[in-house]
Structure formats: C-alpha cells, structure tokens
Design a protein. Sequence first.
Lengths: 401, 439
Amino acid sequence: MIHLETPSKFRALVEQAHQVAAEIFRPNSRRYDRAEHEYPKELDMLGALLDGMNASGVGGAGAAGVRRESAHGEGNRNGTNLSTALGTMELCWGDVGFLLSMPRQGLGNAAIASVASEEQLQRFAGRWAAMAITEPHCGSDSAAIRTTARLDGDHYVLNGDKIFVTAGARAELVVVWATLDRSAGRAAIKSFVVEKGTPGFELVRLEHKLGIRASDTAQFALRDCRVPAANLLGDPAINVEKGFAGVMQTFDNTRPLVAAMAVGLARACIEETQRLLKAVGVEIDYDRPAHAQPAAAAELLRLEADYEAARLLTLQAAWMADNRKPNSLQASQAKAKAGRACVDIALKCVELCGSAGYGEGELLEKWARDAKILDIFEGTQQIQLLIIARRLLGKTSAELK
Amino acid sequence: MGVVQRVMGLGLRAINRIAGSPLLDRLQLRRPAERALYHGARVGFRGAAAATRTFKAAQSLGRPLRPSRGAGGSGLFDLTPSEEQLLLQAAARQFADRELRTAAATADAECQAPPSLLRGADELGLAALGIPEALGGVGGERAAVSNVLVAEALAHGDLGLAFACLAPAAVSQALVLWGDAAQQARYLPDFAGEHAPVAALAVQEAQPLFDPFALRTTARRDGTDFILSGVKSLVPRAAQAELFVVAAQLDGAGPALFIVESSSAGLTVEAEPAMGLRAAATARLHLGDVRVPAAALLGGAAAEVYRECIALSRIAWSALATGTAQAALDYVIPYVNERSAFGEPISHRQAVAFAVADISIELEGLRLTTWRAASRADRGDPFAREAALARRLAADKGARIGSDAVQLLGGHGFVKEHPVERWYRDLRAAGFVEGAVLV
C-alpha cells in the first residue's frame, strides 16, 4: 500500500536525532565553523549514543546502516537504510559538518559495512574509519588512481598520495583505494584498511574550506606502507568481469545518505527563512496559487517543492536498498536532485533574507557554504547525471563519456 | 461525404446526444472551411444534450454515503501499489496504449474525442470507480492513490483524451465526497449506470492571475434559489455535458460549489479551443443569471469542502502531468539513441544525455510528490501543502520536460509527425488549470 510518511516505528529515532541536532549541533555550529580543525569534543558522547542506537538494530545516523541485510521473509521492509537516511536528515538539519565528524560513522565505516567479510567486520568493529579515494590528479575518475598496492609476503605495500579524506585526522582507520596492477584497469582497484600509525602512512596537512569546517579534510602520503593482506576488503582476485563493481556498489548505499544530508540542510534553510520572513509578514498560503501570493512566498513554495522531491527521491532509494531492489539509478537520481536542490535552496534563502541571512548572526550563510560540497562529494552532479543517463540510454562508459 | 454518412459515422449514441441541438449547423461547422467560425463564434450553443436526460431521484438513503478511509495499514513507508491498484493501472495502461495514443493526433486536430473511445472509457467505469456500491458503483474506500495511478496511466496515452475521459468522474467524485443524500440519490445512480452522463467540474475562469479563491462567477440568493452568473473557462466536453458542478463566489460565504443541470435556462456554451487539451473539446460556460434551487448547493458552502476540491484537482493535474512526462521520457530515449549526428548517436553527447537524465529526475520527483499527496488524502491527513508542492512541480518541471522533449528532437519535435509538440502544449495546462479533474 502506497504510504510515503515517516514509518511509525522510526518516529522515536527521528525525534531523538532531532533533539541531538537542536540541542547539541546547532548551539555549537558557529563555534566550530570559526575554529576550523579544532575537534568538536561534544561529539564524543554522541558517538557513544549512536553506537547504542546502531546496536539496537534500528540504525539512525550510523554508517553501518548501509549494509544490505540478507533476505528474511516476504513483504515490505523498512530497515536500516531508511532509518539511517531519516536520522541523517535530522542530524544535518542541525549541522552537516558535525555529522561528518561523528565518531565511527565515517564513509570508511560504510565501506567496511558494505563489503567486509565477517572476520573483518569483527576486527574493525567499533573503530572510526575514513575513506581515501581521491588523489591530487584525479577525483571523479576514480579508476585513474595511481596509488599502488604490491603483494609482498602476507602484506601489501602501498605507495601514493590521497587527498580530501573526510575525518582523516580523527579516524583510527583509513580505507585506501589502490590498484594492484595499473595496466589491468578498474578490476585491479581494491580497498585496504590502513591503521593510523602504520609506518609509511603520513598525515600531510588539513584543508581550509568553504564550508563544513567542523569536519577535517586530510591529505595523506603512503610511502612503502605495509598493510596486512587480511586488510584487503572483498575479493583479492582481479576479476575483469565485476572487479570495480564491488567497490562501486558501496555508493549505491552511501549516495542516498549524502542525499539525506542535503535534504536535512535544505530543510534547515527553508524553515529558517520561513521564520525570518514570517517576522516581516510573509507566509506561504498553500491553498492559493503561487502567482496570487507575494513573490517571496511564491519563491519559498518553489524551493519547498524541490525539497519535497529531493526528500522523497532519497527515501525511495533507501527504501529500495532495504527491500533489496537494485537502486543504482534511484540512488543517483536522489543524489543529483538533492545535491543541486540544496545549493539552490540555500543560496536563494540567503538572497531572500538579504544581509540578515548573509551575516554571521544567522546560520543561513554557513549552511549556504556547507551546501556546496553536497553536490560534489560522493559523486558530483555531473557524475550522477552520467550514471543516470547511461542506465536510461543503455550506454557504456566508453560510448557516453 | 454527405450529412447522413457523417451522422452515421458519429455513431448512434452521438446522434442521440445531439438530437436536441442545432444538428445541421453543428455538422456544417465541422467542415474545415468553417472551422474558424466553429471555434471563434460558436456562442449560444445551448447545452446540446440537455434534452436527453432527466435526472430522477432514486430512493434517498436518508444519509449520504461516503467512501471509507483506508485503514492505517502497517505504518511503514511503502512504494508498492496494492494488487487491486496494479490491476486498475494495467487496465488503464492498456486502454491508453491501444486507444488513446492512436486517437490522440486526430482528436487534437479536431478538438473532439472519438465517441467510441469515450464509450470505451465509460465501459472502463471511470466515473463509477468512486461511487459506493449502495448507489450502484464499485467504490468502497477513498481511492485517491488509485485515481492518481489511473490518471497517470491514461495520460501516458494522451493528456487531452485522458482529460476528456476523466471529466465526468470529477463530478461523480464531487457528489460522492460532498453531496447530501438527496443529491447523491438524484445523480449518482446514473453515473454508475451503463450510460453515464457527460459532466464537468467548472472552476477555472479566464482571468490573468486567476485565483480559485477569488472567483468572478457569483451566486446570489433569491428567495431559496441561487442565481449564478459568470463565465467558466476550459470546461471539458461542455457542449455535450448534461451536468455541471460550478464554482461560484457565494455572497457572504466565499467560494462554493453548485450543481447545475445543463437544461437550466441561461446556460450557454462557447467553444474555447486552446493551446492544448484540445481532445477534451474545451469550452467556456456562460452562466447568465442561471437559477438553481437551494438543493443545488454542494457541501453546504463549507470552506473546507472547496479547499479540498481545489487540492484534489491539483493532485489530479499533477498525476496527468506525470503520465505525460513519462510518455515524453519514453519517447525521447529511443529517439536520441537512433538519431545520429557527426557520426554517432546524439545520445553519446552529454548535452543530450544529461537532458534525458534531468527529465527522469524531475519526473520521478513529481510522481513521488503526487503520490504522497494522494496517499495523505486517502488516509484523511491534511494534504493541501503536499498538493500545492505537487502542483508547483507539475508547473515548473512539467513545462520544462515538455520543452526539453521538443528540444531533444530538434526540428522534428516541432512538427506534428511526432507527439512531443502536443505534450509540450498539454503539459503547460497541467501546471495551472484548477478544477475539472479530481482524484
């Protein structure tokens, strides 16, 4: 039966996440936006709280929530993908930078949750893992990475440079993408869990950014860094048939989460703008046509419509993952829509509020800066459109470049 | 072709329908040479079918019958239609593919849907879907989502014809939702019967910045009667309609809905061919001091009834836009794959491929937003906001999709060999028309 409301069984969780966002994230937002690179200590206790929520099996904001559970029983399922998306929306209504800094909730954790073996899952349980894909010369074209991994006895020896590693300084583990054989193309790309403190694994610097400053973004150098062979995630064989699909599959689960971040931020912007505009007498009337309302109200209505579309696309992608339906197309649709909508919404909200929104007295200007990364990381807008178009048109990446 | 042959070609039902009308005029005006006259100056054509039916009250049940609200369900998020909805959707899809799509171009050109097709729609029972069983229909529960799925499926065939097919159901739906026992007993059995009346819900007016909550059509009290005057715009199948529900500003009470039988004195229909929706034979409905009895007031002029009517119509239009946008996407995909330029399919270019991706994204967002509004309506939750958001998307993204579909075909999109130019015209309407269809 078609029903697109927040499932009743997740309402408590959503409420809990909302409390965290309102009581802990928002009051600290500005402070850590100014004090870039300072660790938000307030998040430590939250990490513990989230661990508890994940252990209870309902997820919430945890990166572990993206693991595809095995089938049990027929019928409609609302599982951890959906609850995690809903929790993420609430937390990012509070602060995207903090969400990205939540201990043990990194993208590396999502990768481990998605593709690790049972043994690896146990070994890395409870540890914070960042994800290192991008290199100085390549971003979206992740098949072009140059970091190499060479098998030497029961270790892999890694060499290369990694940039834009979210939570890289704070995480205990970094999931590093490297190629076993640069001549073998995508199939040779594998991910390796590298422990902090491993000799040859060096934190080079932290970036200064437009937004999400509460989240650290690290650059690493790997110089003859020896990683246990057992730390390779997934199948070590170079399988030309499906090799790259393995690591890319993680994205089908994480893209809806990044879309959820964008949805949460967009709602924060819309609500704040509605509050500020109400104070000057402008409110949306949902009954009357847009053209019969003040221009600012009509504009807000348009933004809210885009927000609603992005939100439902995101929930659809997460719901499909819960129900084990292939969702690459929908995950990219959600990410593309939410990414561009949140930037459009945030910038328009600042414009509508003028200097009241542009000044640091409100958080709108910060959200507008934070928003932009959501249309870039975890696959840019353009990459999402490529994925969607290739699927719809039945084109390979060689045909539609 | 002689007049007799033309009449035969229209079918017996059509002849019966126009028996009381200036038949010869009508057929002559159908000639291409006189089409301009037909379109431009066909004023004073009084409710053609007015004489064909007298609505007789069946035994009133004493209290109005309303569809029940859907059970709460599991409370889970779910995008799976029910078995029954899948069946309905499949039937509507088949009808749309076989009948609507093939008849669309001609119907658009002639500003008229083929009578056989409209009969087919009647046989599908579109107007009987929401009518409670006790009044001869097949409905039980509130079924806005089902109606959305049907509207989407029909519009995938053709929006103009879908509009024509669904127009009577808007009136039966209004009677089911807001009619009192006497109104339901008088009209609904006919809608549930084999020869459902043609009917139209007339809200739209031809003012720039039209606001359905600030109508120019007025209703003033005269004794116990109401006197209606004003002009309604883009009324589907108005010339054939036997029954209207008309929105008018009731003095002292805001906008309200009135049941107006087409035999009422003072009612005239003027053809109003437009950019699109042409298969629905849209017309202006002139109400020149039309007197209706107190019993014609629908829903007791309650503000929430009218608000609900407007919101439900916006959901219906959004569903029609969704189906049409899906048709556009389904059409452009093979086209851009087959069309070659500079030595390879144009779909190998990002400028082309990204436009296709964007259509799919915005279409899916529109669909989900529409579904959510409808599912809230079914459960009795407030849905005006969700309907407004769906309407906004239908207006913005719908028109954009229509435009992009034409653009992707280039010059070929601009000519009538391909249906995309029709979708471009029809999608524009789905973003602003108020009333006329309900879910």
